[in-house]
Design a protein around this ligand. Structure first.
Ligand code: BG6
Length: 513
């Protein structure tokens, strides 16, 4: 498939034009949890890559905060190591040195009032040094119990606002562990920060291919006429991973697959796939549409959960040719753990567009391979004109969005096999990111950090959206928590998941991994 470059601005597409034109004001980024895994693997490398591309403002400062006692120099050295190791491109020494020179470090417990006094002094000194008030982005890359502590302390010392500058708080997931705790957390954060200042991250929204889902739907007239119950028979959304729980058992044991991936990333994909077209690609208009569609997904009653949700755990098996332990044998996991590493759901979106169309979601760790995809299966042709053997290869059309690892859009079509017979089989029309666009995609965090600095909340989750997401998941969590005796289905590590998940599909099959 050949793509012709079109100037989006001259094409006047209201959904995409203008996105890149919002300038980034001079900013001080403050990372709470600066020595943590996320900061070193993702945030610091993302900030470096923004610097590399000239995406950062000329006046930029970064303050790392964590409990460890380090000097500024130690912190810069650690930041250099993280960037060297995890940056998607090899660092340019001049750009890196320039960035590191603007970094400093503060140590202290997150509830320590003295820390916030020192932070206030450091920010004031930066403003004075640059001769102008910098915008402030507080990035909360900490355990969730610290979110209200940090926003509370910032508020108490007045750092939740600044004269002639914007103040924003970026909050990582998880936002709560159920609806009630998410509401409590939102309320605590919003005590000092206005919703317009809060940027809740779901890194899937920063992925190029997830944004492409919106481009596909709303920059093409081709899909909209079939994007409804009249043409679509069912949808499968898969987020399979080959990795296990790794060193994260401490977090994962209390979370499980439903909270870790379904409540946020997978339901976000479902919302973007099913929402009505927003009138503009603008934060509140887009999020209004997402909330509306999420509210159209009725949460199951407790006694319906067994029929629409399946949980399972990986047992021992072979992944990519190597023996792999079962979940209950992993370090830090209880030998009788009931935490699910796999979850599959059947959901319905109860509105005019989607009534009666089943949406099947599945996610699991230690599955056959890493694959994130959305497969939309259309209804069969209304009348089969090809008779007998001629019709054997006629299959319903599918539109498949592969989000990772091999980013692509595929449309399957029935085509005639060359020869003297009328023989039909499915063929694929494909667009692969890797070959269509020569430039490498930025990491999700690059886009999201830049957007937070610009104050563009389009790709962040609003508080009512977080709560709508939990409303769908809460009864499933409650039903699973209340059943403490039924054995949790097991699937071998390296497999496509438990056989029990087949029953959800009402005679259909899960797509091959
Ligand atoms: C995170 C989850 O949010 O997403 C992890 O906590 C999961 O458990 C990860 O591995 C998957 O993200 P990605 O970008 O690799 O699909």
């Amino acid at each position: 498939m050949t793509l012709v470059d079109v100037d989006l601005e001259t094409a006047g597409n209201p959904l995409v034009a203008g996105l890149e034109r919002v300038p980034v004001r001079s900013t001080a980024i403050v990372i709470f949890g600066a020595m943590g895994d996320l900061a070193s693997r993702k945030l610091l490398p993302a900030i470096y890559n923004l610097a590399h591309e000239g995406g950062l403002p000329e006046r930029i400062a970064l303050i790392g905060i964590s409990r460890g006692k380090l000097t500024d120099e130690d912190f810069r050295e650690r930041a250099r190591e993280s960037i060297d190791r995890f940056s998607r491109r090899r660092p340019d020494p001049d750009v890196l040195d320039g960035l590191l020179a603007n970094m400093q470090y503060l140590s202290g417990p997150f509830d320590d009032e003295g820390l916030y006094a020192r932070l206030g002094d450091a920010l004031t000194a930066l403003d004075a040094g640059y001769g102008m008030p910098l915008n402030r982005v507080f990035y909360l890359s900490t355990a969730p119990e610290f979110f209200p502590v940090i926003t509370g302390r910032l508020g108490e010392v007045g750092l939740n606002e600044a004269e002639d500058a914007e103040v924003r708080a970026v909050i990582e997931k998880p936002i709560g562990y159920d609806l009630a705790s998410a509401q409590a957390q939102n309320a605590a954060v919003l005590e000092y920060f206005d919703e317009s200042q809060v940027f809740r991250i779901d890194h899937y929204l920063g992925k190029e291919t997830v944004q492409n889902l919106m481009a596909l739907r709303f920059a093409n007239a081709l899909f909209e006429p079939v994007w409804n119950r009249n043409f679509i028979e069912h949808v499968q959304i898969t987020a399979a991973e080959d990795i296990g729980v790794g060193t994260r058992a401490g977090y994962y044991e209390g979370a499980g697959a439903l909270r870790d991936l379904v409540q946020n990333h997978m339901l976000q994909l479902l919302a973007l796939l099913t929402m009505e077209p927003p009138t503009a690609f603008e934060a509140n208009r887009l999020r209004d549409e997402k909330v509306k569609v999420l509210e159209a997904i009725s949460p199951p009653a407790l006694d319906e959960v067994a029929d629409m949700a399946v949980r399972a755990q990986y047992g021992p098996g072979v992944v990519s040719g190597s023996e792999s332990a079962g979940y209950r044998e992993e370090p830090g996991v209880s030998p009788d753990s009931r935490t699910e590493t796999y979850a599959a759901l059947r959901l319905y979106v109860n509105n005019w567009r989607w009534a009666g169309v089943p949406f099947f979601l599945r996610t699991g760790k230690r599955m056959t391979r890493k694959l994130t995809e959305i497969a939309v299966t259309l209804r069969p042709v209304p009348h089969m004109a090809f008779q007998g053997a001629d019709s054997a290869g006629v299959k319903p059309n599918q539109i498949i969005l592969t989000l990772q690892p091999d980013e692509a859009v595929t449309v399957s079509l029935g085509a005639k096999v060359p020869g003297t017979k009328m023989q039909i089989r499915p063929v694929n029309m494909e667009f692969h990111y890797g070959t269509a666009f020569v430039s490498e995609s930025p990491e999700a965090y690059e886009r999201l950090i830049l957007d937070a600095m610009r104050g563009d909340a389009t790709l962040f989750t609003r508080n009512d959206e977080v709560e709508a997401l939990w409303r769908i998941i809460d009864p499933i969590l409650a039903a699973w928590a209340s059943d403490t005796t039924t054995p949790i289905p097991q699937y071998p590590a390296g497999s496509a998941g438990p056989v029990e998940a087949e029953a959800l599909l009402d005679g259909r099959s899960w797509r091959r991994l």
